[in-house]
Design a protein around this ligand. Sequence first.
Ligand code: VG1
Ligand code: CO
Length: 543
Amino acid sequence: MSHDVVKTEPIEGQKPGTSGLRKKTRVFMEPHYLENYVQAIFDGTGGVAGKTLVVGGDGRYFNDRAIQVILRMAAAGGAARCIVGQRGLLSTPAASNLIRKRAADGGLILSASHNPGGPDADFGLKYNGPNGGPASEGVTAKIFEHTKTISEYTILSAHDVDLGSLGESTLGEMTVEIVDPVADYAALMEQLFDFDAIAKLFAGGFTMCFDAMHAVTGPYATAILEDRLGAAKGSVRNGMPSPDFGGGHPDPNPIWAKELMDTMYGPDAPDFGAASDGDGDRNMIVGRGAYVTPSDSLALLAAQAHLAPGYKDGLAGVARSMPTSGAVDRVAESLGIDCYETPTGWKFFGNLLDAGKVTLCGEESAGTGSDHVREKDGLWAVLLWLNILAATGKSVKDLMAELWEAHGRCYYSRHDYEDVEADKAGAMIDRLRGMLADLPGQAFAGLAVEWADEFAYDDPVDHSRSEGQGLRIGFAGGGRAVFRLSGTGTVGATIRLYLESLETDPGKLQLDPEEMLAPINAAALAISDLKAMTGRDKPDVIT
Ligand code: VG1
Ligand code: CO
């Protein structure tokens, strides 16, 4: 077998965003595009000679072809071993677990997460380091530098590897090991949670609906919830991964998981509902007639995690991304533990988890996780919820009502303005940034601004500083609005407007979030002049 050295040129715009590089699938399929990025990852991480890598993806269109390219390039680069999920499948948290369990040097995960899949949709590739977590900002910067100077890549000429059969084979000098994508992950979950108690709950007639959204979590959820824990057959819905996710957006929120929402608010609603995203790292939780915002879910899990065996000694601390609501802060305060506020993106939790400063962390975008891996983990969150439901015997609705009575309720909503012309979105943010210092003391739409700033984060572990992480405006009465641009979109710009307001009046804990947040939304729109600056008069998605 020969190693081909292929001459290439830098390709514009290979800057990784919040979670790896995401582009239209057809862009990834252009000559040299994928190869350039893979070579830049290898070079930006010190080469792959002698290394062990974990490789797998969410099963979307081009997943299998891209894996063959990655394997041939890893072999050409001298990698010792690639551990690959059978049929090319690995959920993001399962890949993180495998990297850690097998002490691999890193991993390549093929996914554009919640973005739709297919030849005319999106594809993505991310690199995770030896701790199993997303590459730090320092590493992604190095990878990006290499994309700008690349002149050649190396690839082995070889036949495709059979991704379907478990076991080892060789590709050039490299060992390819095909593993069951579910087995190690299921074993880890069994260590953390009281499987007997959850099985008893199901045996007692407890019902649930898990919507895998035609994405990678299907096989994991079926194996664990139905086969191991005894949830009724059919509890897992849309459980076969499909290259285009059944034509939908595998984004677990009330908009894209509407089918599940209808079930949970319908006449025959089961006790518990959940959904997960394309690559299995996000989760949506919904009780019978009771949607739980991700920020509230994080707070509830923090308050009750000690009920699960893996967390019985309590939590070292918790962390949330900045736009996530302050609900978990209030729980942390009552538990007497630290709560850290980080920029958006899981990579910022890695140092805190590695240093043992936090046990649980989460984001408003439906990501929750713990120190068991270094990624957010959708099915983990579902199992922790089930463990808590089994241990308390209470319903989701009652657990949430008790949480709000104890700590107040953080009404919360995210408004996404999608596919805005990039220069208009940028101009709006720039203008707002320029106004921040003058906002305090002024009133907009009848609401006084108390403080405003641009969020920056000083990592308490490696002392790196990350600037430009979102514009924040605090209002009289404790409400908050945050503006930031998405780093995961593939067309135009997405403006995210995050709205939050704390309510402690016991008589106002069960009201409509959009109504409660309307004054803050009006003030945020007045300040930013969003409608005039972008030509948009309403958000595309409200979650
Ligand atoms: C979004 C979410 C962010 C999340 C990121 C990756 O980023 O807001 O919280 O970490 O997606 O999640 P952005 O930059 O578009 O707001 V996933 O499930 O796509 O790996
Ligand atoms: Co995801």
